[in-house]
Write a protein that binds this ligand. Structure first.
Ligand SMILES: Nc1ncnc2c1ncn2[C@@H]1O[C@H](COP(=O)(O)OP(=O)(O)OP(=O)(O)O)[C@@H](O)[C@H]1O
Ligand SMILES: [Cu+]
Length: 738
């Protein structure tokens, strides 16, 4: 009868496990919709393909801010998506407003819907414009009549500059000085001054630069979409009539059965029901060492089956797979601005008007007050207008951050916002939970003895009967050991878990406790003799729990967990990066210290209840240092939440971790932590390089121009060059091995 109950329990556990999985799946939607209900009104996602340069953001922001119906705006320049929060009936007028700025808005329905391909512009007008500009330069140089140079220049400007003029005009009308407006004024000015070849060259160079810039931005943009393309379009699914058929992955629903051949990529998340194989999970965890999988193990969409074949039952629809959620999270992370980006945006908002005002002053004051030559000074002012464009500066940050986020995702590190990517480099203290984080979290029973002459089998039976009711790793270790030796289980009434202590329950009308040293102390059942025996075990890094009745302790059980091989290396690397480590655990101090010594952790704090962990983090934060906390995301939730960066481990296992942590590690390899810190440091140095590059190039040209040595086409060249340099530099993060 007891056997039977045990059996039942296993089943119950299974069912419970899959039920909680489903819960995670069904909870995800509401989490998503929460955004909509929190802010007043509805949210509309609008894709605007022309929204490339950040100056366009300013234009849209200004226009929509003026509308009463609009309560919020969120720009994602990398994905070119604008999210507007607004009164439900205002959708139409918002689209109208966007159109009035010369953009073509397009409502996005599905989250992962592919953006429509941009219509390909014909290349020949630009080629002709280019020839005309060169021609104009040539005839000017050969001292042909001015009309010829002028005509060729006009052709060039008209061939490639019309759209710039259009956009520039809209911007000026809306009181905005974007790059198009600046270029339009500069080129028009040059034409008025009779600088024909120069005007043509500037327009052509600018158009070419814009094209190249858009292309390289696409690369950053696609870095994340590339991850998504890892999932196959189709899956081989068992049909109702018993036939296997290849169907689109999108149409497969939960609980259907899919077959996987050797070497095939897995299309959907699921649980293996028959067969076995090893699977390369690198697309999700960044770890390419294949993992053995058999019946009951989870498999993930996008991962690659190696040699075996198996069948699995789908646990999530295609759009809900772990990979899809990773991609969604990374995309969401991009749209939240990192601190540097906010700073740069603010800076750009003053930079352009300042340079513009300076240009005006240069054009007017020297000729008026110092008898300067109008032509010279107006020309200088026009060059300054070209320099006034902040594009290179403003685009440098998001490109870098997006590349960093994508690089992290490839390593199996899911960073939930640019903020964390920027903060990671400042980490001074990292707190780690013990069980499951530093150790495997699967302890095994190593020692057992009875006290007071109680019968061994009796004590084990009592203890196991309590243990089997709990899913705490320590209890599981006891249960497993008891099962192996065929220990009989008894009926427990009034079972109760005592968090941080153990459990209790009534067996044969007597109350028993199964708990740790803390519990025994609290009950006043500890003795010097017992204390000594416990110390020996604890010093070996073992966790001890005891069985007591209402009088005294009758049995002592020790379980040992093994330290993950990767933990020691991870801690060493963290120390090399100058980060101090501290272990926070509910287990007793001695055990904590023993484990901490094994992996080289600086400080070990034991006997902590969840609220004590919270206090420990708070006191670190009180020292005004940046503190990170690593945990499994469930019992450590409060501590994770208040730390500067909360890291959750093994995010594939518990879907919630992806949603709740600041940084989710897709497997439980602690070496991802130093990797994250190094990536963060690399990201930071590239950000600094980019800002220095962009501003440096600008200031050199500013000086040259004021000294009368800068020409307009040089300025365009410098501007475009700076943009390309910072984009290229940012994309470098995708390649750097952190
Ligand atoms: N259900 C239980 N069965 C057996 N022992 C328990 C149980 N609950 C708590 N304990 C005891 O209390 C201690 C603290 O438990 P707690 O869950 O707070 O931390 P933990 O998960 O063991 O460690 P960590 O904080 O590193 O994750 C455990 O080490 C164990 O000795
Ligand atoms: Cu004690």
């Amino acid at each position: 009868m007891t056997k039977h109950r045990n059996h039942n329990h296993e089943h119950a556990a299974d069912a419970c496990c899959s039920a909680s999985n489903m819960n995670i799946a069904s909870q995800r939607r509401p989490v998503h919709e929460k955004n909509e209900s929190v802010s007043s009104g509805v949210q509309t996602l609008i894709r605007i393909m022309q929204m490339d340069c950040p100056t366009e953001e300013a234009l849209l922001r200004k226009k929509l801010d003026g509308m009463a119906a609009v309560t919020g705006m969120e720009f994602n320049l990398m994905q070119r998506v604008l999210t507007v929060t607004h009164a439900p009936q205002a959708t139409k007028s918002i689209l109208e407003a966007v159109r009035s700025l010369g953009f073509t808005p397009e409502i996005v329905d599905g989250e992962h819907e592919e953006p429509k391909q941009e219509p390909v512009k014909p290349w020949w007008p630009l080629a002709l414009a280019c020839l005309a500009a060169i021609g104009s330069e040539l005839v000017h140089w050969l001292e042909f009549p001015v009309v010829v140079a002028a005509a060729l220049a006009l052709i060039a400007v008209l061939m490639c500059g019309i759209s710039t003029y259009k956009k520039g005009w809209i911007a000026i009308r809306n009181g905005n000085l974007n790059i198009n407006a600046l270029m339009s004024i500069a080129v028009t000015g040059a034409l008025v001054l009779g600088q024909w070849p120069e005007a043509a060259m500037v327009m052509v160079l600018f158009t070419i630069a814009e094209l190249i810039e858009a292309k390289s931005l696409d690369r950053a943009r696609n870095a994340i979409r590339d991850l998504m393309q890892l999932t196959p379009e189709t899956a081989t699914v068992l049909q109702k009539n018993g036939v296997w058929q290849e169907v689109p992955a999108k149409s497969v629903s939960v609980n259907e059965r899919v077959r996987i051949k050797p070497g095939e990529r897995i299309a959907l998340d699921g649980t293996i029901v028959s067969g076995h194989s090893s699977v390369n999970q690198a697309p999700i965890t960044g770890e390419s060492l294949p993992i053995d999988k058999q019946s009951g193990d989870p498999v993930f969409a996008g991962t690659i089956n190696t040699s075996g074949s198996f069948e699995y039952q789908v646990t999530a629809a295609a759009g809900d797979s772990t990979l899809a959620r990773i991609i969604h999270a990374v995309e969401a992370a991009q749209s939240t601005k990192a601190p540097t980006q906010r700073f740069v945006d603010k800076f750009a908002r003053i930079y352009t008007p300042t340079v513009f005002a300076f240009a005006l002053a240069i054009a007017i004051l020297p000729p008026l007050l110092m008898d300067g030559e109008w032509f010279n000074w107006i020309y200088k002012a026009l060059v300054l207008l070209v320099i006034a464009c902040p594009c290179a500066l403003v685009i440098s940050t998001p490109v870098t951050i997006v590349s960093g986020l994508a690089a992290a995702a490839r390593m199996g590190i899911l960073v939930k916002g640019g903020v964390y990517l920027e903060q990671g480099r400042k980490l001074e203290w990292l707190a780690l939970d013990k069980t499951g984080t530093i150790t495997h979290g699967k302890p095994a029973q190593t020692d057992f003895f009875t006290l007071n002459g109680w019968n061994e089998r009796d004590v084990r039976s009592l203890a196991a009967s309590l243990a089997v009711r709990s899913d705490h790793p320590v209890s599981i270790a006891l249960t497993n050991a008891a099962k192996l030796e065929g220990i009989e289980l008894r009926n427990v009434e009034n079972f109760e878990a005592l968090p941080g202590r153990g459990s209790k329950g009534v067996i044969d009308a007597k109350l028993y406790h199964l708990g740790n040293h803390r519990l025994i102390h609290e009950q006043g059942r500890c003795s010097d003799d017992l204390e000594a025996r416990l110390s020996t075990l604890e010093a070996q890094g073992k966790t001890v729990i005891m069985l007591t009745d209402e009088q005294s302790v009758h049995g002592v059980f020790a379980v040992a967990d093994t330290v993950k091989e990767s933990s020691y290396q991870a801690i060493t690397e963290l120390h090399a990066l100058g980060i101090k480590t501290i272990m926070l655990t509910g287990d007793n101090v001695h055990t904590a210290r023993a484990i901490a010594n094994q992996v080289g952790i600086d400080e070990a704090h034991g006997d902590l209840l969840p609220e004590d962990k919270l206090k420990a983090i708070e006191s670190l934060l009180g020292k005004a240092v940046t503190v990170g906390m690593v945990g499994d995301g469930i019992n450590d939730a409060p501590a994770l939440a208040i730390s500067d960066i909360g890291f959750a481990m093994g995010a594939t296992g518990t879907g919630t971790a992806i949603e709740t942590a600041d940084v989710a590690l897709m497997d439980d390899d602690l070496r991802k932590l130093p990797r994250f810190v190094r990536l963060s440091r690399n990201t930071h140095s590239i950000l600094v390089q980019n800002i220095v590059l962009a501003l440096g190039i600008k200031s050199i040209f500013l000086t040259l121009t004021v000294l009368g040595m800068g020409t307009m086409w040089m300025a365009v060249f410098a501007d475009a060059g700076a943009s390309l340099l910072v984009i290229g530099n940012g994309l470098r993060l995708l390649r750097v091995n952190n």
